[in-house]
Design a protein around this ligand. Structure first.
Ligand code: BTN
Length: 247
């Protein structure tokens, strides 16, 4: 089954990811099922943050897949691949390169246009299912001042068809998912790092537990999703809960 070939469309939901988790406890859903709503009332973001999206103006969806073919030590390639697929979709509309901000955001001109929340269920030594939660800002024109966010509309200065974005998104996700099925890890890494925001630039980082700040350059994101930073000639490695960086 392809990505999006089975669709569940609901007018209003708390969170498409939460709904997917609950539904999977009761029924088996086809591989690639998408749960989509125009109005998500309690969207979940990374690190327990909320994802707030104006009703009818954005994509708030979750896709259920069963990547049994992916060895556990390669799970992070799913994140990389999905980030690339979302970036391709947005690139098609904005007509230029967009960037992936580690770990799971998509940025245009230093502002966030999309976020991903991927929730994996692992049993024993294999990946049972993954829920790919995707939020893309499409026709929302204003955002809280504290968020550095944008939408296709704020960039292109016109309304964009949500339907059209969705169809392209599903096509690009299918394309990149096919590469994942083929174990094209090097290719996925290339696509991901070509778009990695801040790669090789001098940046200010902050450790989340101590608030300690330091300067460094991002060298790469490895196969476990850890970021490698060159700090005064020494390579330091962090997981996403440990640090943030400023643009
Ligand atoms: C982030 O940037 O913090 C991740 C945001 C992920 C938001 C999407 S919207 C659809 C799906 N359902 C959720 O509750 N969250 C994800």
């Amino acid at each position: 089954m392809g990505i999006g070939s089975f669709r569940i469309q609901l007018d209003k939901l708390t969170s498409t990811n939460e709904f997917a988790i609950k539904l999977l406890k009761k029924v088996a859903l086809p591989d690639g099922t998408i749960i989509d709503t125009q109005h998500q009332t309690r969207g979940k973001g990374q690190l327990n943050a909320r994802w707030i999206a104006e009703p009818h103006n954005n994509i708030t969806s979750s896709i259920i897949i069963y990547p049994h073919f992916l060895p556990l030590d390669k799970i992070y390639y799913l994140n990389k691949a999905i980030c690339v697929g979302v970036a391709w979709c947005i690139e098609e509309f904005v007509g230029r390169r967009v960037f992936i901000k580690w770990p799971n955001d998509v940025y245009v001109q230093n502002t966030k246009i999309a976020g991903l929340l991927i929730q994996n269920s692992i049993m024993g030594r294999s990946l049972q299912h993954s829920i790919l939660g995707i939020g893309i800002n499409i026709n929302q024109s204003t955002f809280p001042k504290s968020f550095s966010a944008c939408s296709l509309k704020t960039i292109l200065k016109e309304n964009i068809s949500r339907y059209e974005v969705m169809e392209k998104l599903l096509n690009y996700l299918q394309k990149v998912y096919n590469e994942l099925c083929l174990h094209s890890f090097q290719q996925i890494d290339r696509w991901y790092h070509e778009r990695l925001l801040g790669l090789n630039s001098d940046l200010l980082f902050q450790q989340l537990d101590t608030q300690k700040q330091f300067n460094g350059k991002i060298i790469m994101v490895d196969k476990l999703g850890k970021i490698h930073i060159n700090v005064d000639g020494i390579v330091k490695i962090y997981v996403s809960k440990e640090i943030e960086f400023f643009l």
